[in-house]
Write a protein that binds this ligand. Structure first.
Ligand code: NDP
Ligand code: HSE
Length: 436
């Protein structure tokens, strides 16, 4: 039986959009066999329709988003940003089109609204590419594990920052060179402060936490610390102690003061170098999911870049296209079925490593360790090394203190009190330790 073509509108012809268009056009026969109907790319909306795009016929280019979407069965949103894609996606859903997007920033801010719009229009809004590039993680967390109880999701979900930290660690590159190269390779967001500041990872953490725990979590609920403060010296100190620094996203179910809730957070953390996540190099991502019945699962692959992201986008396109052909939207859970509170960072249990520049005098170690004791924080390791000093200046020492587990509240208060000690010249770094 011959089935009429499905019209596909692509919004965005940049790093990811170009790869998606190239494959849709170049592998049309494969897509037709997999979907059961031809997929016809009818338009590609860009800001500058006069600029040539490799592999995209000029006749498909337009700078009019609404014109591009007119009559489309499927809209692929790859523009980035918030306001315009939100408007376009709501309009597309309202017109009866199914939508595929990679836009984590938009989803993390307007997830409930967009999913409700898809539900009321009885169409699909898919977003596998929004978290961890090529890695299938949205469908496993939101669908495959829907019969289990997920307790924790932890991983590296930003390729740009992993690339930067990895190049600094393994190749000795400086931060700026690593960031510029990540941008050239197409990993970074249009505004790379979203990557460096941890906000891109936080958007992904919000999406994962909402799906894993069936509860509303927005980007504003995620505790975020980026990697801008990570220096070559911190990476060197970490290495000397058998750690690597990685930007982690952690989502977990917690009970704090008798109250069940969820924690979603992003921060650079120390991982033992033998930990699997410490071995994740370049722009690769890896995510551990722990569930009551399944135990521990690991997902690993390319987390950024045009082609890997296009793979996830096109998987969603095939999925929504099949639904269009077969009838029935096949929606999995989108609305939240729980209302767990999101707990503050102070409620989590973790370990700190604190690096101090202290005056090298009698009683200094005692003054420092007394503060830990006063907050009930147990010390696991103290390491002192002499810092170079001129003849005239008072001698300084570098003190590295690693703690046992404690609440983040007690650990943060300890750090604040230590920083105020007169024997402490500088609080060089504070990093959480994970993965032990
Ligand atoms: P780019 O900046 O490379 O491309 C964006 C495209 O959208 C450009 O073609 C641009 O046009 C077009 N565009 C932007 N605003 C408008 C508008 N108002 N009207 C019409 N066209 C517009 O971004 P990426 O391809 O890297 O990313 C796209 C999306 O995918 C983002 O949401 C990003 O977060 C997400 N993503 C990106 C990944 C990556 O590795 N790059 C990985 C996973 C997700 P023009 O070319 O004329 O400027
Ligand atoms: N800028 C993002 C990253 C793209 O580096 O991970 C993939 O979402």
């Amino acid at each position: 039986m011959e089935t009429s073509p499905l019209k596909v509108a692509l919004l965005g012809g940049g790093v990811v959009g170009t790869e998606v268009a190239r494959r849709l056009l170049g592998r049309a026969a494969d897509f037709e066999r997999r979907v059961g109907a031809p997929l016809e790319l009818t338009a590609v909306a860009v800001r500058d329709a006069q600029r040539e795009r490799p592999g995209i016929p000029a006749a498909l280019l337009t700078d009019d988003v609404d014109q591009a979407m007119a009559g489309a069965d499927i809209v692929i949103e790859l523009m980035g940003g918030i306001d315009e894609p939100r408007r376009a996606i709501l309009a597309a859903l309202d017109s009866g089109a199914s939508v595929v997007t990679a836009n984590k920033a938009l989803l993390a801010a307007h997830y409930g609204e967009l999913m409700a719009a898809a539900d009321s229009a009885a169409v699909r809004l898919e977003h596998e590419a929004a978290v961890a590039g090529a890695i299938p993680i949205i469908r496993p967390v939101g669908d495959s594990l829907a019969g289990d109880e997920i307790t924790r999701v932890m991983g590296i979900v930003n390729g740009t920052t992993n690339y930067i930290l990895d190049q600094m660690d393994r190749e000795g590159w400086d931060f700026d060179r690593a960031l510029t190269t990540a941008q050239e390779l197409g990993f970074a967001e249009a505004d790379p402060t979203a990557d460096v500041g941890g906000h891109d990872a936080a958007a992904k953490a919000a999406i994962l936490a909402a799906l894993a725990f069936h509860t509303p979590v927005s980007i504003d609920d995620v505790h975020v610390e980026g990697i801008a403060s990570v220096t070559a010296d911190m990476i060197e100190t970490a290495r000397a102690q058998g750690f690597a620094i990685k930007l982690l996203a952690i989502c977990e179910k917690l009970v704090s003061e008798g109250r069940a809730g969820v924690s979603a957070r992003v921060y650079p953390a120390l991982l033992p170098r033998e930990h699997v996540l410490a071995q994740v190099s370049g722009a690769f991502n890896a995510v551990f999911v722990e569930a009551e019945a399944a135990g521990s699962l690991m997902f690993y692959g390319q987390g950024a870049g045009g082609a890997p992201t296009a793979s996830a986008v096109l998987g969603d396109v095939v999925s929504v296209a099949r639904r269009k052909v077969l009838g029935g939207r096949g929606q999995y859970e989108h609305a939240s079925t729980a209302t767990l509170p999101v707990l503050p960072i102070s409620a989590i249990t973790t370990r700190y490593q604190i690096t101090l520049d202290v005056f090298d005098r009698p009683g200094v170690l005692n003054a420092v360790t007394e503060v830990f004791a006063a907050h009930g924080v147990s010390i696991e390791l103290v390491q002192q090394t002499q810092l170079p000093a001129s003849e005239a200046a008072e001698r300084h020492a570098k003190l590295v203190v690693a703690t046992h587990s404690g609440t983040d509240e007690a650990l943060a208060q300890t750090v604040a009190d230590i920083a105020a000690l007169s024997v402490v010249n500088d609080l060089t770094s504070v990093l959480r330790i994970e993965g032990l």
